[in-house]
Ligand binder design. Sequence first.
Ligand SMILES: [Zn+2]
Ligand SMILES: [Zn+2]
Length: 337
Amino acid sequence: MLMDAARRPLRPADAPPPEPGSGQLLIAVRACGVCRTDLHVRDGELSHPKLPLILGHEIVGTVVAMGAGPEIDRFGIGDRVGVPWLGWSCGECRYCRSGRENLCDRARFTGYQIDGGYAEYAVADARFCFPLPDQYADLEAAPLLCAGLIGYRALVAAGEAERLGLYGFGAAAHIVAQVARHQRRRVFAFTRAGDEEAQHFALELGADWAGASDAPPPEPLDAAIIFAPVGPLVPRALRAVVKGGTVVCAGIHMSDIPAFPYDILWGERVIRSVANLTRKDAAEFLGLAPQLPVRTMVEPYPLERANEALEKLRAGKVRGAAVLQITAAATPPRDSR
Ligand SMILES: [Zn+2]
Ligand SMILES: [Zn+2]
């Protein structure tokens, strides 16, 4: 499914499978998660995508061919791998050398500057691919790769908060809520006003309370994570957290944050963002998820219905995570190496 230009629907297209270059894997895609970031790219809110572009950065698939190169032998033909948003970083800059490759100025991202997983085949740099825990089926593993691990990075950034607010209860929050409960935190879920289904879903996943994001929580919070791309939630979350509390903005794009009085920030409250992921985040979270275990709720869509999945995501109508199920690619037998 090809994006020719911003603000236009994706269109089905036929192309030969890409060739794996040096250090790359050719992957037969089995599933690809649909993320809010994909919608930001398609809507032109993230500038200068590769065009034409294949979206998708929660790729689950099988290695069918390999180039030569560094670290390529971590994988073999037939292995199941996951491909996340961070597709490449320079390894040389101050950020990369200090464990912050997520901030690399030259970083390239899957489904943005590199073709992604809304397709039967994808190529990916082996150094940025991950083995996936066996107990997850392909569809269920896909949301771990962005919703899960960027959600996890946001949870770590929230600090040791006992009372945690989650603004926007979509794919990321439904995973973070489970990890937070496991860490004996209390979860307060904020949804669009009147979205009783999402509120009910949050309570099923162990939230202490669920309500509308335009109302205050029943008690003060120690930290909040904002997953919804809605700037006015920032002052609301600041008003909801106690002194010393942190508000984490976890999305890649947000509408403008309205002006607010200094006294809601004062008292050592902190506003911060979380950007992208490091390979360390991925290794940590993919190790942790099967231990709880985190369960992912998915709504499968065939590849050809990617536009519909994106529109449902925009409307807030997806319960858990939307995932494209991609079945057309032929997978060679495991011993064909
Ligand atoms: Zn994402
Ligand atoms: Zn770098």
